[in-house]
Design a protein. Structure first.
Length: 187
């Protein structure tokens, strides 16, 4: 359900872009993202930092795109978002020795610390890959090719999430085992 909710603004952007161009598509993306975040807030009674950052960047880069009539802003928004995520996760992990993924999901998933560390490293590299890939498509391809990539490129997050789920499933333990330090070294 959540993945579908995340996909809807991109799908609406794509349809609006194909029918009416980049500026209408950008306005639709902005509106759809505001509605999406309102739904998330209604369901969870809060927005995660990621949701807030996504909303802010879409509204800022979308407004710049519409105001300046320059599609480069909306095309580079994903690169900025993924780059910021990679930097934030990397700094937290390697400079401040904090694991944001564990802090956000640790109450929902019982995993050994080394698995949380590997997941965070995987997220850093995934975000760097997605930032570079979007930047490459935005810089070297037409706006039409970039819009197609935004829709069909959704396969990358799906593959990453499925792979991450398969990895996590192999390492899940009972919460009391992790709290007691048991079974972590045997995995």
């Amino acid at each position: 359900m959540r993945l579908l909710l995340d996909f809807i603004p991109i799908l609406l952007f794509f349809v609006a872009y194909k029918l009416h161009g980049i500026y209408v598509g950008t306005a639709v993306l902005m509106g759809a993202t505001v509605i999406q975040m309102a739904i998330v807030y209604a369901l969870d009674r809060k927005l995660s930092t990621m949701h807030k950052a996504t909303l802010a960047l879409i509204l800022i880069f979308g407004a710049l795109t519409l105001t300046l009539q320059d599609d480069r802003f909306i095309k580079w928004k994903p690169t900025v978002l993924y780059g910021a995520m990679a930097i934030g996760l990397a700094l937290a992990l390697w400079v401040y020795h904090k694991n944001f993924l564990k802090a956000m999901l640790g109450s929902q998933l019982a995993l050994p610390d080394r698995v949380w560390h590997r997941l965070s490293v995987a997220w850093v590299f995934y975000c760097l890959f997605m930032a570079a890939l979007n930047g490459y498509v935005a810089a070297y391809f037409s706006t039409n090719a970039w819009a197609d990539f935004k829709l069909w490129g959704y396969v990358f997050p799906l593959i990453f999430i499925v792979g991450q789920g398969l990895y996590v499933a192999r390492h899940m333990t009972e919460p009391k085992q992790i709290a007691a330090g048991g079974n972590e070294s045997s995995k």
